[in-house]
Write a protein that binds this ligand. Structure first.
Ligand code: NAP
Ligand code: MG
Length: 511
């Protein structure tokens, strides 16, 4: 998951409106080529019930298409296709080098189609095109990275030294089997690519369940995989609601592993459902990331990094910062720098390439963000920037920075998932570490300081799976990503991520 979000242009040059319209048409044309169907084996089929879900453009609230509403019956069909492909060794039987070559072909195909895929993500998820492009690139990178692992699975042959007899032992890695992949709407294409690439590199066969709010680019990925030579049945895709299709996959007795990205609440339900056959579970869950801005921080750089650390993707990132603790000595200057930076932050339709922020994903999410901010304001918070929804048909919310927060207000505890963060003052390091770590989550954290020793000291003490120093939202491929505490189980994005789809076998031979 190489999110190099801050490296990519956050604002493209002004364009005339016709360019945006042309890109929108590219997206609509692709939607026309994506019938509301599920990928099961080598067929695109309707949901057994015939039911469908409307797809809305979050920038306009207009219905732009439909996806199939798969349920337990369709999950049964998809799991049995994946199981059959796995048992027949249609994927493992190709050999590691061929599997790697096919995954590389997938990366190439994604890169060739990048502009169209980005347009599809933008119309479905709402985020600005430059960010969609960066997410699509991240998806291609995941396939390229895991393609390289296919023929490098580690094995071992430990020395066995027993008095009674001589033995030879070796440890081999096998794919865990059929993996169910359940992903959220906030990075649909990237999440699909990362999970599918890792599972395929390990030799698994999969059933992917995208989020019902953003399934289009993951569906397109299904055809790209088939066209690149992934054999039918190896990857199956069932769109539909989480409590039906997702729940059926999590509890399915013939699924060996679930890899889930989403909220902590649903993650707990997945873990409980997985207990039926003790399937393996990895969970990438929510966050409430603290940021510590020290007295010696470069204020302008920190303000830009902190602001975009939330405003990127309209705050709809599990790793978005949320609670920003600023040393009292620089609070006034820092807030002034945040205001100055935010004055240039533009919000608009994702196809308008001058927009830095798009809409939120859905009406429901929009209402949730509004309720959290309104609740904080009613409780005495001050809106240093923004503080309200933006009128119009789409689900737009103004970039918002709140100060003077009541420590008991829910906005300091719950994930916001909107372009909103809070600034709080601190005086001493011990006290700020205590409040920063006082959360059920432990996904990400950041420190802004020019002192090397402070950077390392705070990083050691922050309870989070990733700590950024003088940067945010950078996750190079190969660095493990996964949360502490209730932010998840396991890691993705590196060799540990691959190992989560493998089971090791010890063979011991008496000589
Ligand atoms: P969500 O409600 O937990 O949904 C995630 C996925 O699970 C969706 O595909 C959803 O389907 C499905 N689902 C819902 N109920 C289910 C059930 N009972 N059994 C099985 N699957 C079920 O999360 P979201 O609102 O889509 O996404 C936002 C959340 O994801 C945030 O909490 C965010 O922090 C987290 N997230 C974490 C990471 C990470 O890497 N740690 C990355 C991105 C996002 P439907 O939506 O179709 O109902
Ligand atoms: Mg949509």
């Amino acid at each position: 998951m190489t999110f190099e979000l801050l490296k990519d242009p956050i604002r493209a040059d002004a364009q005339d409106a016709s360019q945006g319209q042309a890109k929108r048409e590219v997206a609509m044309e692709q939607i026309g080529n994506l019938p509301p169907k599920l990928l099961i084996g080598d067929n695109w089929v309707e949901a057994a019930s015939g039911a469908q879900v409307e797809v809305r453009n979050p920038a306009t609230d207009q219905v732009i298409g439909h996806i199939a509403a798969g349920d337990g019956v369709d999950i049964d069909r998809a799991v049995s296709a994946a199981r059959s492909a796995f048992e027949r060794q249609v994927w493992m039987g190709l050999g590691a080098a061929t599997r790697g070559r096919i995954l590389t072909r997938v990366a190439d195909a994604i890169e060739r189609e990048a502009e169209a895929l980005a347009a599809l993500e933008t119309i479905d998820n709402g985020r600005p095109l430059p960010i969609s492009r960066s997410f699509v690139k991240t998806g291609a990178n995941a396939f390229r990275y895991y393609a390289g692992w296919c023929d490098k699975l580690p094995g071992a042959s430990p020395n066995i030294d027993q008095p009674e007899a001589a033995y030879h032992g070796y440890v081999t890695q096998e794919p865990v089997g059929v993996a169910g992949l359940v992903i959220p709407w906030n990075g649909p294409f990237t999440s699909a690519c990362l999970k599918v690439a890792t599972a395929l590199a390990a030799g698994c066969c999969v059933v992917l369940k995208p989020a019902e709010d953003a399934s289009l680019a993951p569906l397109r990925l299904g055809q790209i995989l088939l066209d690149a030579g992934v054999p039918p049945g190896v990857v199956n895709i069932v769109t539909g609601y989480g409590d039906k299709a997702g729940a059926a996959l999590a509890e399915h007795p013939d699924v060996d592993k679930i890899a889930f990205t989403g909220s902590t609440a649903v993650g707990k339900r997945i873990a409980a459902a997985a207990a039926g056959n003790l399937k393996r579970v990895t969970l990438e869950l929510g966050g409430k990331s603290p940021v510590i801005v020290c007295a010696d921080a470069n204020i302008a750089e920190a303000a830009a990094g902190v602001a975009m650390g939330t405003f990127r993707n309209s705050g709809q990132l599990c790793i978005a910062d949320s609670r920003v603790y600023v040393h009292r000595g620089i609070m006034t200057d820092f807030v002034a720098a945040l205001r100055e930076f935010s004055a240039n932050v533009t919000v608009g339709d994702g196809f308008d390439e001058t927009a830095m922020l798009g809409p939120l994903i859905s009406r429901r999410q929009h209402a949730r963000v509004k309720a959290l901010v309104d609740g904080a304001l009613a409780d005495g918070a001050i809106a240093e920037v923004g503080g309200s929804a933006i009128d119009g048909a789409g689900y737009f919310y103004a970039p918002t920075i709140l100060s003077n927060i009541n420590p008991d207000n829910p906005i300091l505890r719950e994930e916001i998932f909107g372009p909103v963060f809070t600034v709080l003052t601190y005086d001493d390091e011990e006290a700020v570490l205590a409040v920063a770590n006082d959360t059920q989550y432990g996904l990400a954290a950041a420190v802004w300081t020019r002192d090397l020793s402070t950077a390392h000291r705070l990083s050691r003490r922050l309870q989070a799976g990733v700590v950024w120093v003088n940067c945010q939202l950078v996750l190079p491929q190969g660095m493990p990503f996964g949360g502490f505490k209730q932010s998840g189980w396991g890691k993705e994005n590196d060799l540990q991520g691959l190992e989560a789809y493998l089971k090791s076998k010890s063979t011991i031979i008496k000589l």
